[in-house]
Design a protein around this ligand. Structure first.
Ligand code: AMP
Length: 548
């Protein structure tokens, strides 16, 4: 017997309509590329998204057409999120940190019809446009006063375009499985592959972000969205926030510690989200302020810091707590998963734990979000126990997880039971907390046993002189591979190889001890802020470990 409830499609338009109606005055604050901080509201955003929708329709954009952005976090970018998807077109957020050849590849692969770009990217697109023959025109995301003279094909000023159209538009209604947005994974090898989200997957994932044990977003929150709108939909925050009317704060392109701190303080931010490298920059700024004034400035409103994309080091989780009383929600996910998979909130039994024991829980990547199934398997596909010790290939499935890449790239990605292999190696403990041991290809294979590069890096950054650390496997005649620790020291800080190894000794198993430590000025990162280990492995391929 079928239930007798209405079959209303889950569409992204319902989110902005709801926000405009029930939280119309709630603010959206942006540090603009042009300079000043701009303030708008959900009601204004809905009106302008409709104006943009009408503009896109007049430009001939139809259901399923791809419209791209090359932009930082700001209110115009969010208007485009809604304006494009709500008329049934597909929003393609391009990561500007990719190499130009990769940007060219994905814009052509996606067959983008128009590219909306921030002023910053005008020179890049001027150079590249001849290699993007399918792009019909470029919309520069600025006002008429700042519109540059440009050789871009059919260049239009965003404000001029939006203002030329009416805000009267009834969003079209279509099947909820219609594609809504497209995001390419920044794989470290091969061409990027497109993940194509649907209205249904996006709305369901949006609900998840509002759950107390996930991101816990509510109307009382003021959220600083540091995670880029071009990185897996900024972890779904633009959708979850509209669902409950949270205030949004966008940092534009100013990601330095001072600018981030000022927004956290001035906009009374309660929750923020970003990858670990951003918080390292914030801490460097706070250290500098402390050196000058004798104390760390206060952030009395900050309650939750969502950290994901790479493992959140223990020292970082502790510092947010010690300095601000802010709880780090350690989150794990992938572009292929919209991206939320697990979040590290506490169970009732953990609430009164002493801080060090609580950190033991928080360094894990957390428990499955409702809607995501997780399991670990061995190389033959046999499920491994959830005992917190066995580690294996992490697999996932659920309604906001990809079923295959855009245009079939990469072939079949699911097994017969719809499990998607993440490429991560992990443990699952009896309480359901998952801990990433490594990317399958980064794990160090020493004498038939595996060493987790992530664990070693996390311990190393606990040393007060260490700003960032990377561990890679280097060939060894006897053990196959042994760990090499690369360290970027904090500005002005000193620490010798011996001091670092001494620091690690009580913290790790003896046979995990890196065979050598090399101090470097900087470490290479991918376009989404992850350590670029392929490059490091290449760089240190012929490195001779002591005693090898
Ligand atoms: P992306 O699709 O760019 O978001 O990258 C997804 C990958 O980032 C995952 O498969 C993990 O390898 C890594 N990742 C994401 N979150 C975490 C985390 N909290 N700890 C460790 N690795 C993470």
């Amino acid at each position: 017997m079928r239930g007798l409830m209405q079959d209303a499609p889950l569409l992204i338009s319902s989110l902005i309509d709801y926000a405009a109606q029930y939280h119309g005055e709630r603010e959206i604050v942006s540090r603009t590329i042009e300079g000043p901080v701009q303030r708008t509201s959900y009601a204004a955003m809905q009106r302008r998204a409709k104006q943009l929708g009408n503009a896109l329709l007049s430009m001939g954009i139809k259901l399923g057409d791809r419209v791209a952005t090359l932009a930082w976090n700001g209110y115009r970018h969010m208007e485009i999120y809604y304006g494009v998807s709500c008329i049934g077109a597909v929003l393609h957020t391009i990561n500007p940190r990719l190499f130009p050849e990769q940007i060219e590849y994905i814009a052509n692969h996606a067959e983008d019809q128009f590219i909306f770009l921030d002023l910053t990217f005008v020179p890049l697109m001027e150079q590249m446009q001849d290699r993007l023959p399918k792009v019909r025109g470029f919309v520069v995301m600025t006002d008429e006063a700042h519109m540059p003279k440009t050789s871009l094909r059919n260049a239009v000023c965003y404000e001029k375009l939006v203002n030329a159209h009416s805000d009267r538009l009834a969003w079209p209604v279509f099947d909820e499985s219609t594609a809504s947005s497209l995001c390419y994974t920044s794989g470290t090898t091969g061409n990027p592959k497109g993940v194509l989200y649907s209205h249904r997957s996006t709305v369901l994932h949006g609900f998840a972000g509002c759950m107390g044990d996930v991101l816990g977003i509510t109307s009382s929150d003021s959220i600083l969205v540091v995670v880029p709108l071009f990185h897996a939909n900024a972890w779904g925050i633009p959708y979850s926030a509209a669902m409950c009317g949270a205030k949004l704060v966008f940092p534009g392109m100013a990601m330095d510690g001072k600018s981030i701190f000022e927004l956290l303080r001035d906009e009374r931010v309660t929750m923020t989200a970003g990858v670990p490298t951003v918080w390292l920059m914030l801490f460097q700024y706070l250290d500098q302020v402390k050196a000058e004034t004798g104390k760390i400035p206060e952030l009395p409103h900050l309650k939750r810091v969502v950290i994901g994309g790479s493992a959140a080091p223990r020292a970082m989780i502790k510092r947010f707590w010690d300095d601000f009383g802010a709880y780090v929600v350690h989150a794990w996910g992938m572009t292929e998963m919209s991206p939320l998979g697990t979040t590290g909130n506490l169970l009732p039994k953990h609430k009164d734990l002493p801080i060090e024991e609580r950190l033991d829980v928080q360094v894990k990547q957390g428990r499955a979000v409702y809607g995501v199934e997780l399991r670990i398997t061995d190389d033959e596909g046999k499920e491994l126990p959830r005992d917190g010790k066995a580690f294996g290939n992490l697999q996932v499935r659920g309604p906001w997880i990809t079923s295959g890449y855009f245009k079939g790239e990469g072939g079949k990605v699911l097994d017969a039971d719809n499990w998607f292999t993440t490429g991560d190696v992990a443990t699952l403990d009896p309480d359901g907390y998952m801990q990433i041991t490594d990317r399958a290809k980064d794990v160090i294979k020493s004498g038939g046993e595996w060493i987790s590069s992530i664990d070693l890096e996390n311990e190393a950054v606990g040393h007060p002189a260490v700003a960032e650390a990377a561990v890679i496997g280097v060939a060894h005649p006897k053990w196959q591979e042994r760990p090499l620790l690369l360290i970027v020291r904090k500005k002005g800080a000193e620490a010798s190889k011996e001091e670092i190894l001494e620091f690690l000794e009580p913290r790790i198993a003896k046979w995990w001890m890196p065979d050598d430590v090399v101090f470097v000025d900087e470490l290479p990162h991918t376009a989404t802020g992850k350590l670029l280990k392929t490059k490091l492995r290449e760089q240190f391929r012929d490195y001779k470990l002591p005693g090898a």
